[in-house]
Design a protein around this ligand. Structure first.
Ligand SMILES: [Zn+2]
Ligand SMILES: [Zn+2]
Length: 365
């Protein structure tokens, strides 16, 4: 545990409080975030007895726990990834359960299907752990494939900071989606396939939902197809998709294929024949990222809040105490202190392994 911002007036190093005697509702333990009063962990990275999960991305939802609590809508993806037999209790958004006298409820985070912020209430105090969330800096620009982020009033807000630098400002989602359709249309016009690389859970479905099926057939990789089914089962409308084996040569020449970044230049990608490739990620905003990725096009699109979005979300909670996790902790903490808030950070293992945005990414600077 370290205070990432060093000695600075107004900050507190969020402590690794093994004893839980600070009175803090959520502390950092070697296994992950822990609620001492309720005796449960949130998105733990080591096996624990009771895990509350914010969402099904691999760095937040790991296997090996005794029991799981998550949103009911995330259940399909969680069982695909962690096993059909896990002991999982699903909650509706806003539904409350008591754990050791601590009230726990899950609230929309706008990040991927079923993603939630965890609200913890004990003796009149409320803490919220965000997990990952998306709230655009642009008004009314929500992710169409999941329930939009809802600010939850709290005393302490534990926020991610994946894109917590002022350089990260997303354009409106529909503008980026229009560019993707235009790129696909121009490839189809030239008789070559389009290969759109992205993370298979969350980003793939968000991109699919914005594709214009009148341009040509839409194919998906085997890593994406089962996740699509979970989205459809949860009532999210996605265009019809096919497997590339089902497409004729003529169809492939007008098709777009959605696949995880690992397939770039693989045998699977070669089956598309002549194609143009592109990568969709928030990291594409970085100078040189497209070239390093070795793709023809880079589309800047993220399921995480950008810098204005993070600031908006934090303000909307009304929290006077903010703890920053994975991302640009020091920069966020400094900004929070400048706003007169009490701020610290937790060093977590989120965003470390191949998962989420970081899968393709090249480690951010
Ligand atoms: Zn995530
Ligand atoms: Zn994360």
């Amino acid at each position: 545990m370290r205070d990432t911002c060093g000695p600075m007036a107004g900050t507190d190093s969020a402590r690794n409080d093994a004893g839980g005697d600070s009175g803090d509702l959520i502390v950092l333990r070697p296994e992950g975030l822990y609620c001492p009063a309720g005796d449960f962990h949130i998105d733990p990275w080591r096996p624990v007895a009771r895990a509350v999960l914010t969402h099904a991305h691999a760095d937040h939802a790991r296997g090996g726990h005794g029991a799981y609590l998550a949103t009911a809508v995330s259940e399909g993806v969680l069982r695909i990834r962690l096993g059909a037999g896990i002991a999982l209790q699903g909650l509706a958004y806003g539904e409350r359960v008591e754990m050791n006298g601590v009230r726990v409820s899950l609230h929309p985070a706008g990040h991927v299907l079923g993603s939630a912020q965890v609200r913890v209430e004990h003796r009149g105090r409320v803490w919220v752990a965000s997990g990952d969330y998306f709230v655009s800096g642009v008004d009314g620009d929500a992710n169409p494939t999941c329930t939009p982020f809802e600010p939850v009033p709290c005393d302490c807000f534990i926020t991610e900071s994946t894109f917590g630098l002022p350089i990260y400002r997303w354009r409106a989602h529909r503008e980026v989606q229009d560019e993707i359709n235009a790129w696909w249309r121009s490839n189809a016009g030239a008789g070559r396939a389009s290969l759109l690389l992205c993370y298979s859970f969350g980003k793939a479905q968000r991109l699919l939902a914005g594709l214009d099926p009148s341009i040509g057939p839409i194919a998906v990789h085997g890593a994406v197809a089962p996740i699509n089914e979970a989205y459809r089962a949860a009532g999210v409308a996605l265009p019809a998709t096919r497997c590339i084996d089902e497409l004729s040569k003529a169809e492939l020449a007008r098709a777009i294929a959605i696949a995880p970044p690992a397939v770039q230049r693989s045998a699977w990608a070669r089956r598309l024949g002549e194609h143009s490739d592109a990568f969709a990620s928030g990291w594409m905003q970085l100078r040189g990222a497209r070239r390093r990725q070795g793709v023809d096009r880079g589309f800047v699109l993220s399921d995480h809040a950008d810098w204005p979005g993070l600031r908006r979300a934090i303000r909307a909670t009304g929290a006077e105490h903010v703890i920053v996790t994975h991302g640009y902790e020091a920069v966020m903490v400094r900004w929070l202190v400048e706003q007169g808030l009490r701020a610290g950070s937790f060093v977590t293992e989120y965003g470390v392994e191949a998962s989420d945005e970081s899968e393709a990414a090249n480690t951010p600077p």
